[in-house]
Write a protein that binds this ligand. Structure first.
Ligand code: HEM
Length: 178
């Protein structure tokens, strides 16, 4: 959020208008469309698990390609989360991907950071709840800014490559707003 001060303003405005200073609850999500869109867009753009791996349990023909039983396949999550035919701005942070023209939250079929099918992430419900409660509680209480002398543009969001994509370490200021 430190990199996107205007978006942070909009999230904090929505939180203060809808929730005020009480503790956020999971049921509040439906009344916080902008905040929800920001969380979804963060997961989409960050694509923290860019690749999964599976082995075919039977011969299969997929999009005209024959794949023999027992073949290891690596589904590329980023190919969906950053698909140029699905997203208006696939490589930018653009919460409007998840909002209609009236500012209501919209689900997008290509949003699948937890993968899809029988072996999709079983922790999805817990993870989504935690992301919502942590993110809203932090933004209710703190304003995030770059450290003195650093501009928003200088904050580098290039991830550290590994099995998962992690943020590179950088300093931030969290200024209490209560
Ligand atoms: C933002 C947080 C998380 C993301 C983005 C995420 C994403 C994923 C993805 C993409 C997979 C691979 C699915 C596939 O192979 O097709 C996966 C698998 C898995 N996740 Fe998560 N996950 C998250 C949090 C969690 C949490 C909190 C738990 C447990 C409490 C969890 C437990 C698991 C397990 C056990 C698997 C393996 C499932 C299997 O192989 O059948 N995940 N996750």
């Amino acid at each position: 959020m430190a990199k996107y001060p205007k978006i942070q303003d909009q999230v904090q405005e929505e939180l203060s208008r809808v929730i005020g200073s009480r503790q956020v609850q999971v049921e509040d999500r439906k009344n916080l469309p902008f905040t929800d869109a920001v969380i979804h867009e963060t997961q989409r753009l960050a694509s923290i698990i860019p690749v999964t791996s599976h082995r075919t349990s039977q011969d299969v023909t997929f999009q005209g390609h024959f794949i023999k039983k027992g073949t290891t396949v690596f589904p590329l999550m980023s190919s969906v989360l950053h698909d140029e035919s699905e997203w208006e701005n696939p490589h930018s942070f653009h919460p409007a991907h998840f909002l209609d023209k009236d500012g209501k939250f919209i689900k997008r079929d290509a949003f699948m950071p937890f993968s899809a099918g029988r072996r999709a992430c079983p922790g999805e419900g817990l993870a989504r709840m935690e992301l919502f409660i942590f993110f809203t509680s932090l933004l209710q209480n703190f304003r995030f800014t770059p450290p003195p002398g650093v501009s928003e543009d200088e904050l580098d969001l290039t991830p550290r490559m590994g099995l998962t994509l992690n943020p590179s370490p950088h300093k931030l200021c969290a200024v209490s707003c209560i």
